[in-house]
Design a protein. Structure first.
Length: 333
């Protein structure tokens, strides 16, 4: 559903932007460089981060302040005073990209042309908080960006435009994030270039085709070696760079940053058993097939190639040793 070319240029819009992480900041930077007038930026409150747990501004706040834009950081937009403040800015449109706060109806109704959302999936597939990770985890071969007119539902609004990209066998959440951040800003600018026409041609979502991309929880990243190798490969890629898949070996937590599935071979031991370990990787038996671990990380260390980690801790990864299953002691059921 691409934006149609050849439309006459329209006057610049007065825009409020709402977003928080890097993905949102990239879209904000594109708006700053556009013809449109950014009148305010909303971002989540500063959060403690790092070992010192010092308060840190979001990527969106940092870019907004560098551009001299006013920044608002309410804990919630359900407060009447916050709603009056936002409405008083008299925006034409509110653009939302990974903001992280619910917009009540009073906020949705405040801008003259409503609120737009840049969503990292081809709606109605993967509504919700983690569309990038869930698309990889599910084995989708394509995803994209959808620009949506927001309503009171969770990513249920009418679609104004979309752009797609492929998910390859080696795509990670990090690389897919970057690709979607590349195609999202120009699509957003195209929509804003003739918003009235896009809104007139908006397409309702088919709720029967909707899937939900639930928030990523850290326990999901624990490897269950009883699963088949392709599923584990997708999980490793989906949870890179967060929360990173992990397993346990001889009481040590091992993070798996990169792996690939191998053909099924019978009779190589129980799931989690190391079949071989050499410079090419650490081959581990799964419920079906094997997973070749190519980049790993031990506690207190940095991610290393299989060859590097074997040079340092070869005995730990000796063939016959067994990774633990979820909820088990090291190497035991």
């Amino acid at each position: 559903m691409p934006v149609q070319p050849g439309r006459a240029p329209k006057p610049p819009l007065r825009i409020i932007f709402a977003g928080t992480p890097d993905f949102a900041a990239i879209h904000l930077a594109a708006l700053i460089d556009s013809k449109h007038q950014l009148i305010a930026v909303y971002s989540q409150p500063d959060r403690p981060a790092g070992r010192g747990k010092k308060l840190q501004a979001s990527p969106v706040k940092r870019i907004a302040e560098a551009a001299g834009l006013p920044v608002y950081q309410p804990v919630s937009l359900r407060n009447r005073d916050q709603q009056v403040c936002l409405a008083g800015l008299e925006a034409d449109v509110l653009v939302v990209v990974a903001y992280g706060l619910i917009l009540p109806q009073a906020v949705l109704d405040a801008p003259r042309l409503g609120c737009l959302n840049v969503h990292a999936s081809l709606l109605p597939r993967w509504r919700g908080a983690a569309p990038i990770q869930r698309a990889i985890e599910a084995g989708d071969t394509a995803t994209g960006i959808t620009i949506m007119q927001m309503d009171a539902g969770l990513d249920t609004g009418a679609m104004l435009a979309s752009a797609s990209c492929a998910i390859h066998p080696h795509t990670t959440a990090a690389s897919l994030h970057d690709e979607l951040a590349r195609i999202g800003p120009p699509l957003l600018l195209d929509v804003l270039g003739d918003l009235a026409a896009c809104q007139a041609g908006a397409q309702a979502q088919n709720d029967d085709l909707a899937t939900y991309a639930g928030k990523i929880l850290k326990p999901e990243a624990e490897i269950d070696w009883r699963r088949d190798a392709p599923a584990l490969d997708r999980a490793v890629r989906a949870f890179n760079p967060f929360p990173v898949c992990f397993t346990v070996l001889a009481g040590e937590r091992v993070k798996i940053w990169q792996a690939r599935p191998m053909a099924d071979n019978a009779g190589l031991g129980a799931p989690g058993t190391i079949v071989r370990a050499d410079r090419d990787g650490i081959l581990v038996n799964c419920g079906s097939g094997q997973l070749l671990l190519e980049q790993l990380q031990l506690p207190g260390g940095k991610p290393l190639t299989a060859e590097q980690i074997l040079n340092a801790r070869g005995r730990l990864f000796a063939p016959g040793n067994r990774f633990g299953l979820p909820g088990s002691a090291a190497g035991e059921d």
